[in-house]
Design a protein around this ligand. Structure first.
Ligand SMILES: Cc1ncc(COP(=O)(O)O)c(C=O)c1O
Length: 396
């Protein structure tokens, strides 16, 4: 832990960061990779000058690294500014052949980034939106909630790999299989899942899987993984002279090369969390498995500690398969006040609905929100204890 934490200059400020689900802190390795790409001679991508080849290599390396991280074909990695931007782009493209009578499934558990683009695209196409509801007590989205609203007219199922608000993880493999059975595509929001789990897009059965590098120690960027053969069938609107090859067909304008270099460095950093030999994918699997174990121990310590406090209500069922993210409120103290008082104690755990607005509405907390505490690779036991001590003082 000391070695890992030592790579994060931001930790020197002294705060305990539980705001990772909103955006993680960044290791110096990533910042150095961004800086190195910016000071090296650079140019638009090409094959003639060294600068052109460097830009080309940065893009190719970013796709390879993300392919290794996600268990996906690097030739189907589409790079974009954020998950939200990529999802809006793909919603517009996919909705191009939807019409009245067609149906799209979204869930109440999802971040709005995997809801509103589909709802708006469906409205524009005259298609119908069907909603899958989660269980308010357990915070679980059962597979049946999705299968109940599937029909032969379902064109797409949009579902989250993990809730950024409640941490629960729907059974994605079962949901994508059910979607495929009725001939629908599955679009999986992996933004909150990817920092906490070994992802294998093929095993999950996701036709599209989106993530955001700034949630897993990287710079502000998003990526989508899909089978290149599927991408070949799609025709986004694009500039006439821009590349029509896959995946470039879906990448609008010049890519941020320096940020892509940082993205590759973030994947490399994750792969190196546990020292050892092997391919980058093998090292990623080993490191993220170890990270998962570390985060689970801290999650249980946090969860047990919070639930032992008087007046604290922790959402969801601790026994469920969840990311290390806790959502809680305190009877009689507004979440915004808890957030401010924790900040005074050097604990960053903000309050809100975190754009999971449908989930917040379902829980009745859309106006006040709740406090969210997420564990990240640099979180240690003393951070968790600081949060629990702060909460003990607030609730005393
Ligand atoms: C689960 C989830 N999906 C989507 C998003 C949106 O990601 P981006 O900021 O890359 O658009 C977030 C951001 O918080 C998220 O947590």
């Amino acid at each position: 832990m000391a070695a890992v934490r030592g790579r994060f200059p931001a930790l020197a400020e002294g705060a305990a960061h539980f705001d990772g689900p909103g955006g993680s802190q960044v290791p110096v390795d990533v910042a150095e990779a961004v800086a190195a790409a910016m000071v090296a001679a650079t140019s638009n991508r090409g094959r003639v000058t060294a600068a052109e080849r460097r830009a080309d290599a940065v893009v190719a390396e970013a796709r390879l690294a993300l392919g290794d991280l996600l268990g996906a074909d690097p030739g189907g990695i589409v790079l974009g500014r954020s998950m939200t931007q990529l999802t809006y782009d793909f919603a517009r493209t996919l909705a191009g052949d939807w019409g009245p009578g067609d149906e799209v499934v979204v869930t109440r558990l999802d971040h709005d980034g995997n809801v509103r683009p589909w709802v708006q695209a469906a409205e524009a196409a005259g298609a119908t939106v069907r909603w899958a509801e989660f269980d308010r007590e357990t915070a679980v989205l059962p597979v049946s909630a999705v299968t109940d609203v599937l029909s032969p007219r379902t064109r797409l199922v949009a579902v989250t790999g993990a809730s950024n608000l409640l941490g629960t993880k729907p059974d994605i493999a079962a949901i994508t299989a059910a979607a495929h059975e009725v001939g629908a595509l599955a679009y999986v929001d992996g933004v909150h899942l990817t920092p906490h789990a070994v992802v294998n897009v093929r095993a999950l059965g996701a036709d599209f899987f989106v993530c955001s590098q700034y949630k897993f120690l990287g710079p502000h960027l998003g990526a989508l993984a899909a089978d290149p053969a599927l991408l070949e069938t799609l025709r986004p609107t694009k500039l006439e002279p821009s590349m029509n090859a896959v995946p470039e067909r879906f990448e609008f304008g010049t890519l941020p090369y320096e940020v892509l270099a940082g993205s590759t460095a973030a994947v490399g950093f994750l792969a190196g969390l546990v020292p050892g030999e092997g391919t980058r994918r093998e090292r990623l699997v080993r490191s993220i498995t170890a990270l998962h174990e570390h985060e689970t121990v801290l999650r249980d310590r946090l969860d047990t500690g919070l639930r032992a406090l008087p007046r604290v209500h922790v959402y969801g069922d601790p026994a469920r398969d969840r990311t290390p993210t806790a959502l809680f409120t305190v009877d009689g103290i507004p979440p915004g006040v808890v957030y401010e008082r924790l900040a005074l104690a050097g604990v960053n755990a903000s309050a809100g609905s975190f754009y999971a607005i449908e989930a917040a509405r379902s829980l009745g907390i859309q106006d006040t929100g709740a406090v969210r505490a997420g564990i990240a690779p640099y979180t240690d036991e003393s951070d968790v204890d600081r949060l629990l001590t702060g909460m003990a003082e607030i609730t005393a």
